[in-house]
Every structure is written in structure tokens, then in C-alpha cells.
Design a protein around this ligand. Structure first.
Ligand SMILES: [Zn+2]
Length: 188
């Protein structure tokens, strides 16, 4: 810490104490060159990240909600909680360093980006279920991005296991779902 009096960068901490609510630490320092004493405060950088939703309304970022949506995509997949937690941690960190307001679509894109490298099925589930087919093109693109490594039939079975197929995809008629998966845009 640069001395406010002489500009020297060498100082020593002569006292250090926490604030009453432990949210900050106050340090008393002494410049080694001119002996001037000054005080610094260290506190946690609070995240007041806000999410801008599709309808333009804002809401506070909810870490648990993010973790929950990712966990759901991993349902019945063999992915450890540790991987999940790491992923959430990374995403939160990236969001916090980009700005105070973040569109929900950016969060979704980040999740997809991470999922792609971890689990293809979870990736496609997230792309389909959580975006609720609002953007079919994006889903089709997602499938194309994966190439044809995943066979369509196997994919459908994996994506919509019987017990979730009723609840999650009920909003989407089966016909449009099939159409989305089989549709070939030819723009890979
Ligand atoms: Zn000094």
C-alpha cells in the first residue's frame, strides 16, 4: 500500500482488527520510510448482480436457482456434486466479473458452454427444457454443434425419460418436438 504522505510502497501492519459485525478488517499501517501512520480497510466485495429477464424485468441473481437448474439437467446422470459445484462456482465468478446486470440469456449461454464439455445429454436437456423451446433454432443449432455423434432416437430417449417427459415437456406438443429434432437446417 502506497504511503499517502511520501509515496513509499513499504509499510508494516501495526494493528489489525475486525469490525463489530466481522464484515470488514481495519488495518493500521506504518510507513517504513517516513513513519507516517495510516489506516486501510478490507471488506468482502458484495455481489449485487441482477438478472435481466426476457420480459425486461429485473431480479436479484439467485445462485441456488442456477445450481438447481443445472442439477436438474444432470438428473440420473453420473456427474459428481463436485463437478456441479465447480461449474456453478465458475459461472458465478464469470458473471460477477462481467458487470452488475446480466441478461438471463447470457447466463443460459454460459451454462450451455460449460455443460457441453461435461455431459452432452445434460447439455441438450438444459438447452431444451430450460429454454422451453422458445428458441427452436437454438436447440437445433445445439444438436448440430454436437455433430451426429448422438443418434437422434437414442437422444430422444435420453432427453425425455418417461417420468420427466410428462411434466417438463408437456408445454411442447410432441409433434413440434420431433420436428425440432429432425429438422435439418443445413447450416452446421
Ligand atoms: Zn511514508
Amino acid at each position: 500500500m502506497r504511503c499517502p504522505k511520501c509515496g513509499s510502497r513499504d509499510d508494516k501492519v501495526i494493528d489489525s482488527r475486525q469490525s463489530r459485525d466481522s464484515s470488514s478488517i481495519r488495518r493500521r499501517r506504518e510507513c517504513l520510510k517516513c513513519k507516517y501512520r495510516f489506516t486501510t480497510y478490507e471488506e468482502i466485495e458484495r455481489s449485487d448482480l441482477r438478472v435481466v429477464k426476457r420480459d425486461r424485468t429485473h431480479e436479484p441473481f439467485d445462485r441456488r436457482k442456477l445450481a438447481g437448474s443445472i442439477a436438474k439437467a444432470f438428473e440420473k446422470r453420473s456427474t459428481s456434486l463436485l463437478t456441479l459445484e465447480d461449474m456453478v462456482e465458475e459461472i458465478v465468478h464469470e458473471l460477477e466479473t462481467t458487470g452488475r446486470e446480466v441478461p438471463s440469456s447470457v447466463i443460459g449461454a454460459k451454462v450451455l458452454e460449460k455443460l457441453r464439455g461435461i455431459d452432452e445429454v445434460a447439455y441438450l436437456r438444459y438447452a431444451s427444457v430450460y429454454q422451453r423451446f422458445q428458441d427452436v433454432d437454438q436447440f437445433v443449432d445445439a444438436i448440430h454443434t454436437l455433430g451426429h455423434r448422438v443418434k437422434t432416437n437414442a437422444l430422444q430417449r435420453e432427453l425425455f425419460p418417461p417420468e420427466t417427459a410428462q411434466g417438463e415437456s408437456a408445454t411442447v406438443p410432441a409433434r413440434s418436438r420431433d420436428a425440432a429434432i429432425n429438422k435439418d437446417h443445413g447450416r452446421v
